[in-house]
Design a protein around this ligand. Structure first.
Ligand code: PAF
Length: 292
């Protein structure tokens, strides 16, 4: 695949959808593929790896940077979410100056009506993140659908750290008949195993180091699940967190990958995944691992 070369030192940032839609029209009419990476900014290596994959697989790559208010159930989390457009733009341009950046305002997206559409994700939304963050997935569905309608990508890239989000986006796309292929990409980890996240920036150096216990716990659950039931593994995880003063466990669950229903009894033909959410000083971290 030969990515389109704009021969510029850097692309201008699009702040409004009208100019972006006009700009993208010529690629659509030439049947070029448009790869798309939606982000909320505070970019890290994980985001950049999604962009890299999109660049390799498409003629044109678009990245959006938008902190979406409707997916935050906690106003404090929304107000503290890092907003670093200048640094983000530098990181994108250092990777590739042909990437098209869309950094809309809340008004450009929501046009005076900052509310979520209500979706039926056929049960995918009822557990884990959906259970502990009411309204979160309606907010995600709303923004991803709107961004897909504006950008009309042929391919969209999502990290597997938010595995439940990935399944929800696939369901929304399929039910809304949107012609875009959703691609899930592997989790990028810091050298100590901590899953990369924009929220890691808010951790102290010590917390960031200690947070390696989250991935270590997941690795151990993978081992335990070979011989133990989901319930026994759950209990083991709970004891680990009772003994830990730094991290508070919000949930741990072993669920089937397609339906995201929690595993009551192991079935040979199903693929399972462990999901975890923990708090440290009001900072919420999530992670997941395939148990295959
Ligand atoms: O994963 C995220 O960063 C967000 O949920 C997304 C997909 C950009 C929608 O706001």
């Amino acid at each position: 695949m030969f990515a389109f070369n704009f021969n510029k030192t850097a692309m201008p940032i699009f702040y409004g959808k009208v100019a972006l839609i006009t700009f993208l029209k010529s690629f659509k009419t030439q049947n070029m593929t448009i790869g798309y990476v939606p982000t909320m900014g505070a970019l890290h290596q994980g985001h950049l790896s999604l962009m890299q994959q999109s660049l390799q697989e498409n003629h044109v790559t678009v990245v959006s940077i938008f902190v979406n208010p409707t997916q935050f159930n906690n106003p404090d989390d929304l107000s503290k979410y890092p907003r670093t457009l200048e640094q983000d733009t530098e990181k994108i341009n250092a990777l590739n100056t042909d990437i098209i950046i869309y950094a809309p305002s809340v008004e450009d997206i929501y046009e005076g009506n900052v509310t979520s559409q209500t979706f039926n994700f056929e049960g995918l939304e009822n557990q884990m993140e959906g259970k502990f963050r009411p309204g979160h997935f309606n907010g995600v569905g709303t923004i991803v659908k709107r961004l897909f309608e504006i950008i009309t990508p042929t391919h969209a890239y999502f990290g597997e750290k938010d595995f439940q989000q990935l399944q929800i986006v696939k369901k929304m796309t399929q039910k809304s008949l949107l012609p875009v292929t959703i691609i899930g990409c592997p989790i990028f980890r810091e050298s100590n195993g901590l899953a990369m996240s924009s929220r890691n920036e808010r951790l102290s150096l010590n917390q960031r180091e200690e947070a390696s216990m989250i991935y270590k716990t997941l690795l151990r659950t993978k081992d335990l699940f070979k011989t133990q039931t989901a319930n026994e593994v759950n209990q083991w995880v709970e004891t680990v967190f009772v003994k830990n003063d730094t991290f508070e466990l919000e949930y741990f669950a072993i669920a089937e990958e397609e339906t995201l229903l929690t595993c009551e009894e192991k079935m040979e033909d199903k693929n399972y995944r462990a999901f975890i959410a923990v708090f440290v000083n009001n900072i919420r971290l999530i992670d997941t691992i395939s148990l295959k």
